[in-house]
Design a protein around this ligand. Structure first.
Ligand SMILES: NC(=O)c1ccc[n+]([C@@H]2O[C@H](COP(=O)([O-])OP(=O)(O)OC[C@H]3O[C@@H](n4cnc5c(N)ncnc54)[C@H](OP(=O)(O)O)[C@@H]3O)[C@@H](O)[C@H]2O)c1
Length: 417
């Protein structure tokens, strides 16, 4: 579905565009079909750089979170179904045109700006009011900047977007009684009556599992072992529990048993597959609690289906999230009003900047006209004048030069609505 909100004037926001898949339209596991799969940052950088150049995008910002994937880009090219189809078939060649067109939502112009403002202030989140999304968008932007994918237009947008989102969090009660995907998952974990001395394996040591660990400490779960791709982060996280830390590659040989596994990494493919799970499980027949907070899910489906598991994934949290939304509905309304003011403000700033850019050459062009008049066109006439008259002419020409520069600048400012 394409939401277009294009302005008639040349300097509107038309070139900002967004292609996205969110929790609102699909089961979360489907989002995985539209992310850029990668084993490490180098591969992600290479794939995004190729995407940007293949589709002739001026700028590109990529953000994948637990409940959405966003491609925010700037381009004058038309956003139509054939562009959307070939864009996603480049990302994932197994996707059919029909599937892409059913699932993808596209925004253009002011509709794109509106959408990204609502996302970053968490109005559009699975868990309305969680601030993680702003951090994730900022991190995505910093990474895209570092890789040379973004430029001045997305930079300008980010600056205003962050300020607007902070204002929403400060001026409304949207983030009151802080709630997050992680806190909802922990609520589910507590409901499962996991005993306080349960053996917990934390797989992944990123921001999300860091948050998980804070809750585990709060609810007095201390029998924790951490596994992570890099050992430094695993050790840092393990310090919270005075626990052991291991490399993820050591998980297959771990034989101490477990009652609960909390899996959350940035891997874009399942990392807990059947053979690995069977090895770690051994001949233990007890039911295990598995919490998978990764999108795409990091626990392979056959593991969930074939073992004795109580499985909690983000999809299961939707119902709890809806109750949370009910509580925050009024605040969402207030936030939307506030955002509209901020978006109009951004539109003005954007237009001013575009016009200033377009008029940048005016002063030098007018100066060149003056120089030509004095040194070529009227050169002979001027030579016949006495020094005082010549000086007066030059003074008048300089006065005219300044006035000629200010007239279009003033007219341009008045054009901005
Ligand atoms: N932030 C949230 O609010 C939130 C909530 C729910 C779910 N999630 C989901 O949680 C997952 C992780 O997010 P995050 O915010 O914690 O990310 P993060 O802070 O960037 O941490 C990523 C973690 O995953 C590991 N990792 C990355 N790629 C890997 C790979 N190919 N194989 C194995 N390990 C890998 C990293 O290991 P190194 O230390 O070695 O780099 C690191 O421990 C994502 O799927 C996200 O959608 C996030």
């Amino acid at each position: 579905m394409i939401h277009s909100w294009r302005g008639q004037k040349k300097y509107m926001l038309n070139e900002y565009k967004i292609l996205t898949v969110t929790h609102k339209h699909v089961r979360l596991e489907r989002i995985a079909d539209f992310v850029v799969t990668h084993v490490d940052d180098n591969e992600l950088q290479e794939k995004l750089t190729n995407l940007k150049s293949q589709f002739g995008l001026d700028e590109l910002l990529y953000v994948a979170t637990c409940n959405r994937v966003i491609y925010l880009y700037k381009s004058a090219k038309e956003l139509d179904l054939s562009f959307v189809t070939s864009f996603f078939q480049t990302i994932n060649s197994s996707l059919s045109a029909d599937y892409i067109q059913r699932i993808i939502t596209a925004y253009e112009g002011k509709a794109a700006i509106n959408h990204i403002y609502e996302v970053s202030s968490s109005i559009d989140s699975l868990v309305v009011g969680e601030r993680e999304i702003l951090r994730q968008i900022r991190e995505g932007f910093e990474r895209s900047e570092k890789w040379g994918l973004t430029g001045s237009s997305i930079r300008l947008l980010m600056k205003h977007l962050v300020e607007a989102s902070k204002e929403v969090y400060a001026q409304t009660k949207i983030g009151e009684k802080q709630i997050s995907v992680v806190s909802l998952a922990i609520r589910k974990l507590l409901e499962s009556n996991l005993s306080k001395d349960a053996r917990i394996l934390l797989v992944g040591a990123g921001q999300t599992n860091l948050l998980v660990s804070k809750f585990l400490v709060k609810y007095e779960y201390t029998n924790v072992t951490v596994f992570n791709r890099s050992i430094e982060k695993a050790q840092k996280l393990a310090e919270r529990f005075n626990a052991n830390a291991f490399l993820l590659s050591e998980l297959p040989s771990y034989r101490e048993g477990f009652d609960c596994m909390i899996v959350c990494t940035g891997a874009t493919e399942a990392i807990i597959k059947k053979p690995l799970y069977q090895q770690v499980l051994g001949d233990d027949g007890q039911e295990k609690l598995i919490v998978d907070l990764s999108i795409p899910n990091n626990v392979d489906r056959p593991v969930v289906e074939e073992f004795n598991i109580n499985y909690i994934e983000i999809e299961d949290l939707k119902q709890l999230a809806e109750l949370n939304l009910e509580f925050r509905k009024q605040e969402v309304g207030k936030a939307k009003i506030l955002l509209q003011r901020q978006i109009n403000e951004f539109q003005k700033i954007f237009q001013q900047r575009q016009i200033t850019k377009a008029l940048q050459s005016v002063p030098s062009e007018i100066k060149a006209i003056k120089e030509k008049a004095l040194n070529e066109v009227f050169k002979k006439d001027l030579e016949s004048l006495d020094d005082n008259t010549k000086a007066l002419f030059e003074k008048m020409m300089t006065y005219m030069e300044k006035k000629c520069i200010s007239v279009p600048m003033k007219a341009a400012k008045e054009l901005i609505v």
